[in-house]
Design a protein around this ligand. Structure first.
Ligand code: GLC
Length: 438
């Protein structure tokens, strides 16, 4: 193999500081446009709540829908201390449930919630928080319209409809009358809230997992498209940052990935950053190296024939695994012992793709920080959840390094904090915030 193409790829996937600064700047102007209701690749949906005060107390159930794994929880909030999960259940939604009709989906969710409440004998009356991690335009804290599906969901009759109304209908039809949905939120907002309960400096929530998105706390005065009858001085905004599309370093591979995706022309930043797409990008790069430079003897290994078979955790192993782990996975994935060259190329490609993701994410995060309303001048906490940030080797380090490159010494006041289970616990926190304000 000649390696010229490999060198070109590595160079193309590097994001120099200059480019990061361009992205950061473009994020600020797209945020302003989105907040004014002008055309923007950032939807900037109002979340109709401010960050938690830390005084929230009580028992709140939470529903968490954001991928094929769906969760139900009962959370106890204890005023400033870490929320306690009293009971939790995970269910895997079937293909029919995520891509059949909306009725099938919402009835399945109602069924699981009913089962959970019954099995755990939660018989009182409860205000429930619902995390629905898709682009939802909220009409108020407890209702919103699904604008489009992302992440492979496609249940019919839901886009353009009121989510809570659909879910409430399913709950009633199954006789579940002791739970009332009082808050609807995005997973980024849940993540921010989960951290805010313990840490007043938290003003941003980020998801770096299967999907990518950010929410920010901004001054209500910045929201030129209106806040309805919301009276708080600040509001959290779900940016739908995965849709960001300005100043990004598009390559031919990104265009190919987009063409072959189920949501062509959408979610450009998400397609460069999130865990759902990184292995697909790695695959496109490798296939090109096979075809043009004769990698893998010039024959595309079967694992790369289909766009979804090469998985994110394979990338972890091929990039930083031990000799033993790589040999074992090589046998499983390629049916052979990898040559030294193949191993090196796999590692370099996976690293290039993951590093680019971290640098673009850092640029968008620092761009978003230019518009936030801090609670303290000296410190900000960015709450982050998601498998990419939590588990991908070196990812959080690369992200923090890029943030420092962009912010210089000011970067010292920014800390990124892994906030687990935010999408579940956070929904309960929001339900409590709403109940406290009533
Ligand atoms: C997708 C969804 C967004 C969600 C993110 C992370 O980008 O559109 O609402 O926050 O995934 O789950």
């Amino acid at each position: 193999m000649k390696n010229m193409l490999l060198e070109k790829i590595i160079k193309e996937f590097d994001v120099p500081v200059k480019r990061m600064r361009q992205i950061k700047k473009a994020v600020g102007s797209e945020m302003d446009a989105g907040l004014a209701g002008r055309k923007s690749s950032l939807a900037m949906f109002q979340a109709y709540c401010d960050a938690a005060s830390g005084r929230e107390k009580g028992f709140y159930p939470a529903l968490d829908l954001g991928g094929t794994n769906f969760r139900v929880m009962m959370v106890r909030l204890q005023g400033g201390k870490k929320p306690k999960v009293l009971a939790e259940a995970k269910y895997r939604l079937t293909g029919e449930q995520i891509s059949g009709t909306g009725d099938v989906l919402f009835n399945a969710i109602a069924g699981y919630l009913g089962k959970f409440m019954k099995e755990n004998k939660f018989n009182s009356e409860y205000g429930l928080g619902y995390t629905f991690s898709f682009p939802v335009k909220l009409l108020g804290i407890d209702e919103g319209i699904l604008m489009k599906w992302t992440k492979d969901f496609s249940a019919t009759g839901v886009v353009g409809k009121k989510i809570v109304e659909l879910q409430r209908h399913a709950l009633t039809s199954q006789g579940l009358n002791n739970v009332k949905i009082v808050a609807l939120a995005n997973d980024t907002v849940g993540t921010l809230q989960t951290q805010a309960v313990e840490d007043p400096n938290c003003i941003m929530g980020v998801i770096l997992g299967t999907g990518f998105n950010i929410c920010v706390r901004v001054s209500s005065r910045r929201i030129k498209k209106g806040v309805g009858d919301y009276s708080g001085k600040c509001m959290i905004i779900n940016m739908e940052a995965g849709g960001f599309a300005k100043a990004l370093p598009f390559t031919g591979y990104d265009r190919q990935l987009d063409r072959e995706s189920g949501n062509k022309g959408h979610q450009f930043a998400e397609k460069m950053i999130s865990g759902k797409y990184l292995p697909q990008l790695a695959r496109l790069l490798i296939v090109d190296l096979v075809k043009k430079e004769g990698l893998f003897g010039g024959r595309v290994p079967p694992v790369f024939l289909n766009k979804d078979t090469f998985q994110a955790w394979y990338m972890d192993v091929f990039e930083t695994g031990t000799e033993k782990e790589i040999t074992k996975l090589g046998r499983k994935v390629f049916g052979k012992v990898l040559t030294t060259e193949e191993r090196i190329v796999l590692a370099l490609v996976c690293h290039a793709v993951a590093r680019r993701s971290a640098r673009i994410a850092a640029s968008i995060i620092t761009g978003a920080l230019t518009r936030v309303e801090r609670r303290s001048a000296r410190k900000v906490t960015v709450a982050i959840d998601g498998s990419l940030f939590e588990k991908y080797p070196g990812y959080s380090r690369m992200l923090n390094e890029a943030i420092r490159e962009l912010e210089g010494s000011a970067g010292k006041s920014i800390s990124t904090k892994l906030t687990k289970d935010g999408s579940g616990i956070g929904a309960a926190v929001i339900a409590a915030v709403v109940s406290a304000n009533r």
